[in-house]
Design a protein around this ligand. Structure first.
Ligand code: MRU
Length: 348
């Protein structure tokens, strides 16, 4: 198993340490966030990314924000907590894990306030909740990995898009959690990793993460996926998710929808692996999922180098929505559900 830590809490200095994913795979550097603004910037610029990791980082981000204010001798009341939460919530709109984690942190704050905890006491409660969110995240992914591995035949060639691995979570991974569990079970699997334009999470992160763990991985450009399917080089697709609506529509990294269409055309199973913290039952279907649009610079250039005319208009949605009708099943820590049966895990 990989030795890197996607994120780590350092309590003596109230610091959230992040593996800076913007620099991978060339440089393995850690980024120490001691101020709320550092955490918000890290999420916004994808130093930490992937829906579950964003949720965990935001939970610790609340502790960073509260600690920062306490250090400065400021009071931290409900209004201040709301400000901290708002700054973190403004970083990225699509991954629902961000808002889910912030809601959990607010609920802990409310309870602690009602029980008359002082500032330091509330900080302790918030830190305990952030640690719980982190531990639950890893636990959920190990569980869904084990469940999902049952769907993977020995010798399977699995296509994945973006990075839904340990780098995208507290640890282990969702789509790559299933891959890891199948590999650990002794199945001779291999992965085809889509490069994932424009920010290359597949090329920079999935290829790095899997090759470190000695899981066979071959990198392809996004526009090669359908060709590989037509050539019989793919047995199934597994991707992660940023938000799943009640009917099973799935928002994930831009390009996922195209992969799902190609999978359907070639009669291949298309699985989505995600913890239940990625389900958004407040949305009946995917039309209400907010789609993040990012800077044109990400499409016009790479690594600071222009790859298109400097003033060319650009459309840069970071996510798309795959309709439930193209999803074979959603693999969660609570079981494997075809979209039509997701309602079985609706909260009471
Ligand atoms: O923009 P990113 O890198 O945060 O997008 C990540 C994805 O789309 C992942 O597939 C998704 O968050 C699932 S991660 C387990």
């Amino acid at each position: 198993m990989s030795e890197f830590k996607t994120l780590e809490w350092i309590d003596e200095s109230s610091t959230l340490r992040l593996l800076d994913q913007r620099q991978l795979p060339l440089v393995e550097a850690y980024l120490d966030c001691r101020r709320l603004a550092d955490v918000a910037e890290a999420i916004r610029t994808l130093a930490v990314r992937g829906a579950p990791a964003i949720g965990v980082a935001a939970a610790y981000g609340v502790v960073v924000g509260v600690s920062e204010r306490l250090r400065a001798g400021d009071k931290v009341g409900r209004r201040e907590l709301e400000e901290i939460s708002k700054e973190l919530a403004s970083t990225r709109p699509t991954a629902v894990n961000l808002f889910w984690a912030l809601e959990r942190m607010s609920a802990v704050w409310e309870k602690g306030t009602a029980e008359n905890y002082d500032g330091a006491g509330l900080r302790r409660l918030l830190l305990a909740e952030a640690r719980r969110i982190e531990a639950e995240d890893e636990d959920a992914h190990r569980r869904l990995g084990r469940l999902g591995a049952e769907l993977v035949p020995d010798g399977a060639r699995i296509l994945t898009h973006c990075n839904a691995g340990a780098l995208a979570c507290a640890a282990y991974g969702t789509a790559l959690g299933v891959v890891r569990a199948a590999h650990a079970a002794g199945k001779k699997i291999s992965v085809l990793a889509d490069e994932t334009r424009p920010l290359l999470q597949g090329g920079r992160l999935t290829a790095w993460e899997l090759s470190r763990d000695k899981i066979p991985v071959t990198l392809i450009c996004d526009n090669m996926a359908a060709h590989c399917m037509a050539r019989g080089l793919v047995d199934l697709v597994i991707v992660g998710a940023d938000r799943i609506a009640a009917n099973g529509d799935v928002a994930n990294k831009i390009g996922t929808y195209g992969v799902a269409l190609a999978a359907r055309a070639h009669n291949l199973p298309f699985y989505v692996a995600a913890p239940t913290s990625t389900l958004d039952f407040s949305l009946a279907d995917g039309t209400g999922i907010p789609i993040e649009e990012r800077s044109p610079r990400e499409v016009r250039s790479f690594g600071g180098q222009l790859t298109a005319p400097a003033d060319i208009p650009v459309y840069n949605p970071a996510f798309d929505v795959t309709p439930a009708s193209l999803v074979t099943a959603i693999i969660t820590e609570k079981g494997i559900f075809p979209p039509s049966r997701l309602k079985e895990i609706y909260p009471a």
